[in-house]
Write a protein that binds this ligand. Structure first.
Ligand code: SAM
Ligand code: SF4
Ligand code: SF4
Length: 339
């Protein structure tokens, strides 16, 4: 049975953040100055177990979700993540099961993930320039490390891959035509994400956002592009096809062209909070009722109630919230609930 929120948006996608930890320190997500040696990540008992995640997912699938994505933090840091993949893959009603990863640990995990039933992979890589890449991940890895992960994913048959690149004006924007050319040649789908003001820790400023329209123009000048139709309702990326018929890119323009009207995504945090918007100020705990002994029907009623009450459309309201486009509310962090 499918449910709808206050703006008649159905629940279609569930993003499951399996850990708040990461082996990178991308300044736009987990700046090293904030997430240092002494930062207190969630202690293990607070994390949902695989059984708890699977139980909640089964209920959320009953409410209409069909697509699952594992994210984080870095999902490959969660011990035995392939076991969770296998548990989720076995659930009735799962049409898609994907993961977003920085790929650092992918070569050693790829076969287990494939065998467990993972269907699709999104790998994050913001630039091919080694120095800039190190700057954009807090000095934790060079480009070669991610390319090794990409090669492992290709060899295991996860093609085409989706590649996420965050676009920061003045940081990596001058390297993105080269990135587009590289992934066009390799047959993967590159998606450019406008730098977003998720959380409160990345010091986001509007002038660091390069509007996707300007980026598309820049790429198109060298590699001609034409708009392509969307794949499905709720797709966040606007698609562009290369005019030579060989490949496509996507742009995710959360800042300059919000898409809240078609947002069908629910998020589950590592400690079991249900979050209905990437820019939410808080989530609602499903772990508390679950660990207090709630039955499936009771949990379903709670989740249904939260979704029915949902009226989030932060990106559409962003510019009206504050004149400089900067929101000073305390928000959930990207590293906590995933992209
Ligand atoms: N660690 C994994 C990774 O980086 O692929 C998964 C989690 S990460 C939070 C998910 C996606 O969010 C990544 O592609 C990352 O680049 C993107 N992201 C993180 N912070 C962002 C920001 N401030 N603006 C736009 N995208 C961001
Ligand atoms: Fe880690 Fe991904 Fe955030 Fe970078 S974007 S710090 S890899 S969670
Ligand atoms: Fe969805 Fe919130 Fe993003 Fe709008 S701002 S698209 S409601 S997650």
């Amino acid at each position: 049975m499918s449910i709808q929120d206050q703006f008649n948006r159905p629940l279609r996608d569930l993003r499951i953040s399996v850990t708040d930890r990461c082996n990178f320190r991308c300044p736009y997500c987990m700046p090293a100055a904030v997430f240092g040696e002494r930062y207190q990540f969630l202690p293990k008992p607070q994390l949902l177990s695989f059984e708890e995640i699977t139980r909640l997912t089964r209920i959320i699938l009953r409410l209409g979700a069909v697509k699952l994505r594992l994210t984080g933090g870095e999902p490959l840091l969660r011990q035995d993540i392939e076991t969770l993949v296998a548990m989720l893959a076995a659930l009735e009603g799962v049409e898609d099961l994907a993961m977003t990863t920085n790929a650092y640990l992918l070569p050693q995990k790829i076969d287990a993930l494939k065998a467990a039933g993972l269907k699709r992979l999104t790998i994050s890589l913001d630039t091919l320039d080694d120095e800039i890449f190190r700057q954009m991940n807090g000095g934790r890895a060079g480009v070669a490390k991610v390319l090794a992960g990409i090669e492992a994913a290709e060899a295991a048959g996860f093609t085409p891959l989706k590649i996420n690149a965050v676009v920061q004006r003045g940081v990596n924007d001058h390297t993105l035509v080269a990135l587009a050319r590289f992934f066009k040649e390799r047959g993967h789908i590159l998606r450019f994400i406008e730098y977003m003001d998720v959380g409160n820790k990345n010091g986001w400023k509007l002038d660091q956002v390069l509007p996707s329209a300007a980026l598309v123009e820049r790429i198109s000048a060298e590699l001609p592009l034409e708009p392509a139709a969307g794949n499905y309702f709720g797709e966040v990326a606007q698609r562009y096809r290369y005019a030579d018929g060989d490949g496509e890119i996507g742009v995710i323009s959360s800042v300059t062209q919000p898409f809240c009207g078609a947002c069908t995504r629910m998020r589950l945090s590592p400690e079991g909070d249900m979050v209905t918007c990437l820019f939410a100020t808080e989530g609602i705990s499903l772990r508390d009722p679950l660990r207090a002994g709630a039955h499936d029907d009771e949990l379903e009623a709670i989740i249904r109630g939260i979704w029915r009450a949902r009226s989030d459309r932060y990106s559409e309201l962003r510019s009206s919230l504050t004149p400089d486009g900067r929101d000073r509310r305390k928000k959930v962090e990207m590293y906590h609930i995933g992209g």
